[in-house]
Design a protein around this ligand. Structure first.
Ligand code: ATP
Length: 239
């Protein structure tokens, strides 16, 4: 049984049909990339999984349970963390405070345990450790991205939804973020990754799905997708 399964999912913003009969699955321990150009419906897919948007039709199954339309807070408690596009680090809170916010679903967590877990995040993201006390607004884009992912991981998710983690980052920092994504999976978290940067996403993913205007165009292993000239030219930016 896959950890996540979308079955015939449709979603709309008013009259704009953003997802049309989308079906896909993510197995436990996989990194799966969701690819496609602007407006393909990638972010909407993540929003529908995390409960920010209610599907018009179809189902979201997590660990075999139907979680379609469940409240976002409940979805976090069930083990899904969503790191949205644009990072959204709180500018007036310190790095540590921002990271700690991610554990707010785990009431009763002892202070010492919390400290240990923040420390674990600093091991995973060594570049932000020395900025622990710095305010959010002082961070670079790459550091903000790391704080946003660390905050997501503090909820101890089984499934991490990442929306465009490479957006606006310099190439070297993108490589660093993707190395961390590979490590996150090694630590036992399944990852569903939305990216416009198809090449980099496919370099860490086990499989990929390509969307266009809310529909699934094709799916496959990274080399199958990348070596398909038509798919690459039309949907993967050709680079
Ligand atoms: P991007 O990388 O640009 O976010 P995407 O593949 O994630 O692209 P979505 O953001 O899911 O695509 O958008 C899918 C469709 O839904 C597009 O036609 C988009 O214009 C529309 N859409 C997205 N958000 C809204 C919104 N808040 N209100 C109305 N329409 C929206």
């Amino acid at each position: 049984m896959p950890l996540l399964e979308l079955a015939g999912l449709s979603a709309a913003y008013g009259a704009v049909q953003a997802l049309k009969d989308l079906s896909l699955h993510v197995g436990e321990g996989e990194i799966v990339a969701l690819l496609g150009s602007n407006g393909a419906g990638k972010s909407t897919t993540l929003r529908t999984i995390s409960g920010l948007m209610k599907p018009k039709a179809g189902h979201v199954l997590f660990d075999g349970k139907d979680i379609s339309g469940v409240h976002p807070e409940t979805v976090v408690r069930l083990g899904i963390a969503h790191v949205p596009e644009g990072r959204r680090v709180f500018p007036g809170l310190t790095v540590k405070e921002n990271i700690l916010l991610g554990a707010s679903n785990r009431s009763g967590l002892a202070r010492r345990q919390m400290e240990a877990e923040v420390d674990e995040m600093f091991e995973l993201f060594p570049d932000i450790r020395r900025f622990s006390g710095a305010l959010g607004w002082t961070l670079s884009g790459g550091q903000q991205q790391m704080v946003a992912v660390a905050r997501g991981l503090m909820s101890k998710p089984r499934l991490l939804l990442l929306d465009e983690p490479s957006l606006g980052l310099a190439p070297l920092i993108v490589q660093q973020v993707f190395r961390i994504i590979a490590r996150i999976r090694e630590r036992g978290t399944t990852v569903l990754l939305v990216e416009q940067n198809a090449r980099t996403a496919l370099s860490v993913a086990d499989r990929g799905y390509v969307l266009e205007t809310g529909r699934l165009v094709t799916e496959g292993k990274p080399d199958e997708l990348w070596n398909n000239e038509e798919v690459r030219a039309a949907y993967l930016g050709g680079r």
